[in-house]
Design a protein around this ligand. Structure first.
Ligand SMILES: NC(=O)C1=CN([C@@H]2O[C@H](COP(=O)(O)OP(=O)(O)OC[C@H]3O[C@@H](n4cnc5c(N)ncnc54)[C@H](O)[C@@H]3O)[C@@H](O)[C@H]2O)C=CC1
Ligand SMILES: N[C@@H](CC=O)C(=O)O
Ligand code: NA
Length: 432
């Protein structure tokens, strides 16, 4: 074993960073044995230097992250600050000054992954980010390496722990949205600003990363159709239950049937209780991968939280350190397929639409005609009168597979009917 240590700079010492530092210290001997050289925490960049950080030598702590990455003797920079800046400049400077980088920053990778990969390649260094998607779950490496010889057609999963925790609480305990969100924040699952979680930005960033790797195509955050989960109500859960379903915030990346394009989207969806994703509870994540040769694979585990995320960071750290010792680098970006990313209108799936309608003869026929005129085939219709609602009824329509554009046209036309008083909810139905 080499005795001269590999030097690691840690940027950020929050939920994830503090766990990375702890594991680096408590598992130092095992890490050294696995890498073939000791790894030394050479500096820790923080924003609040006065905070007491158990197990971290105060002499290592600095508020000058830029000076730390530019020191020249750093082998690996671990970026767990989050956000776009200063993380992007720090990572770029790290490559320029000879370090490889391990990051958990999905927001940055979804926005600027191509440029960062190019910078890593230019300087002959690694950029690894297993923790950026689905926390501890090994997913990026299996997609990039284990499935490199297969053709991936679909990646669908629950990739945000906070929203899964909230939806699960709302479904199983009847908790309110805010109560469930507060608990997720206290447990360290939610981002500093939970908007990123509940509005689907976090899952969309992960979908962009997954689609890019799965389809060997550059997919950016802006290419991902995104709907959050803040408008999911107790009534939606009741409708889902009536259909034998539950509601999950899903990230779905698909190759078109003709193979000529791809789509990536994040939105709440009903899935049957019999589907394996329905039983993913709490802050757990799970991702289904469908490929030509392997068939269906499922990856499951903790997708958020300090220690689980640090596990993925440490796995990358070991891999990157091994590469440094070998003088090699791991796989970089693979975007050779360069498939176009189609808009949401071209996505084909099933829909659950809940309408408030006038409870009088002929309404059902009128509604059915609108669906037919837009080429959307109805699977089931359920009507129920509402005793408290003065001549109104709820009409729940579940469609066969139709394009999002056709469904959009249908809903627009339905809203124009006098007998349709309102569209209470529209939800996609997946996993059947
Ligand atoms: N918490 C989780 O469950 C997961 C987090 N991640 C990602 O890991 C990264 C870190 O997340 P958390 O640890 O949860 O966030 P956090 O907010 O707990 O920690 C970030 C730390 O960086 C510090 N910081 C901010 N700007 C800095 C600067 N210029 N120099 C030095 N320190 C600075 C902050 O003071 C804070 O302590 C993010 O990219 C996040 O998306 C990824 C997977 C799961
Ligand atoms: N806020 C994220 C953390 C992991 O990426 C989540 O809740 O999944
Ligand atoms: Na992961």
């Amino acid at each position: 074993m080499r005795t001269r240590p590999l030097k690691v700079a840690l940027l950020g010492c929050g939920v994830v960073g503090s766990e990375v530092a702890r594991i680096m210290t408590t598992h130092a001997d095992d890490l050294a044995a696995r890498i073939g050289a000791p790894v030394e925490l050479a500096g820790v960049a923080v924003r609040r230097p006065d905070r007491v950080r158990a197990g971290i030598d105060p002499a290592l702590v600095t508020t000058d992250a830029t000076a730390l990455v530019k020191r020249g003797d750093i082998d690996v920079v671990v970026e767990v600050i989050g956000g776009i800046e200063p993380a992007r400049s720090l990572i770029t400077a790290a490559f320029e000054h000879g370090a490889s980088v391990v990051s958990a920053n999905k927001a940055l990778l979804a926005q600027d992954g191509a440029a960062l990969h190019a910078a890593a390649e230019e300087h002959g260094r690694d950029l690894y980010y297993e923790a950026a998607v689905a926390g501890a779950i090994p997913l990026i490496r299996p997609l990039r390496e284990s499935l490199a010889g297969d053709k991936i057609n679909r990646v669908m999963g629950i990739v945000n722990g906070t929203t899964n925790f909230i939806l699960d609480k709302m479904d199983s305990t009847g908790a309110g949205y805010q109560e469930a969100l507060d608990e997720a924040t206290a447990l360290g699952y939610a981002e500093a600003d939970p908007t990123a979680d509940v509005e689907g930005f976090d899952a969309a960033a992960k979908a962009a990363i997954l689609a890019g790797i799965a389809f060997h195509t550059r997919v950016r955050l802006d290419d991902v159709h995104r709907e959050g989960m803040t408008e999911v109500t107790a009534a939606d859960f009741a409708s889902a239950k009536a259909m034998g379903c539950t509601i999950k915030l899903l990230a779905i990346c698909e190759r078109a049937e003709d193979g000529a394009s791809v789509t990536a989207r994040v939105h709440p969806a009903m899935i049957p209780l019999t589907h394996p994703l329905a039983s993913v509870r709490g802050a757990y994540n799970a991702v289904f991968v469908e490929s030509d040769a392997a068939g269906q694979l499922m990856f499951y585990g903790p997708g958020a939280g300090g220690a689980p995320t640090a596990s993925a960071v440490l796995g990358d750290l070991v891999a990157v350190c091994r590469n440094r010792l070998d003088g090699s680098t791991g796989p970089g970006e693979s975007a050779y397929a360069a498939l176009p990313v189609s808009p949401m209108g071209e996505v084909v799936t099933r829909y659950h639409i809940s309408l408030d309608v006038a409870d009088k003869p002929g309404v059902l026929a009128q509604v059915a005609t609108v669906f037919a005129e837009h080429g959307v085939s109805i699977d089931t219709v359920r009507q129920q009168g509402r005793p408290d609602s003065d001549g109104e009824a709820s009409l729940v329509v579940v469609t066969h597979r139709a394009s999002d554009a056709a469904l959009g046209g249908t809903v627009e036309a339905l809203r124009k009917l006098d007998t349709v008083r309102g569209v209470a909810s529209i939800m996609r139905v997946e996993g059947e």
